[in-house]
Design a protein around this ligand. Structure first.
Ligand code: 5GP
Ligand code: MG
Length: 185
């Protein structure tokens, strides 16, 4: 395993992201009545979300969604929801928490779907961004680290369900670049 982003660097970045989020949402006066709804995309984001939330000082609620996207004949609508949110996001301040964005397809589809419910606001936070293979443009407000076209694991992110528990982000040596080992969830 080659360490790409150390535990220390990840923790520092998570704190920094949380501070920015605290600042951005902090001057809203409706949060006591309408807390920010953090939407973690399973499974990969569970570690990031758990660390992030402990640095947030704004009122939040947490929900999870599990979805998988596939490249079909249509450019949109290719989303399978494995676990939906418990409640509608209508009038909610939605902040999506994602582990890694690659082509952008998954988030594009999720965003389109959730925007139909007219949330009060909608933003995306991702720990890792791989812009090289992006083909579905999604506005991402909070990005931890931008990385190159490498297949990474750790800090919640898996390869065949392995490595999620690593406290750092690494590259499996000998793994094929861009390998489709993840469930892409
Ligand atoms: P997208 O729809 O943006 O192409 O796919 C995003 C999903 O693909 C991520 O949530 C993740 O599950 C998976 N993915 C993308 N890049 C990587 C990677 O480098 N390593 C792993 N393990 N999964 C990845
Ligand atoms: Mg994911």
């Amino acid at each position: 395993m080659r360490v790409l982003i150390s535990e220390e660097k990840i923790q520092a970045k998570v704190q920094e992201l949380a501070q920015t989020i605290n600042r951005d949402y902090g001057n809203r006066n409706d949060l006591e009545d309408n807390p920010v709804l953090l939407v973690g995309l399973l499974k990969g984001s569970f570690v990031f979300l758990a660390d992030l939330v402990r640095h947030l000082t704004i009122p939040v609620e947490i929900d999870f969604m599990a979805a998988t996207s596939y490249v079909g004949t249509q450019s949109t609508g290719n989303l399978i929801i494995l676990k939906n949110l418990n409640e509608s996001v209508h009038d909610r301040h939605v902040l999506i928490v994602e582990d890694i964005i690659d082509t952008g397809l998954t988030l594009y589809e999720i965003r389109e779907r959730l925007l139909l419910e007219s949330p009060a606001s909608f933003e995306i936070c991702t720990l890792l961004d791989k812009p090289v293979k992006r083909h579905s443009a999604v506005p991402v407000k909070y990005v931890g680290y931008t990385i190159g076209d490498e297949f990474v694991v750790g800090y919640g992110i898996d390869y065949n369900e392995q490595y999620r528990s690593l406290p750092y982000v690494g590259v499996v040596e000998g793994a094929v670049e861009g390998a489709e080992g993840s469930d892409r969830e």
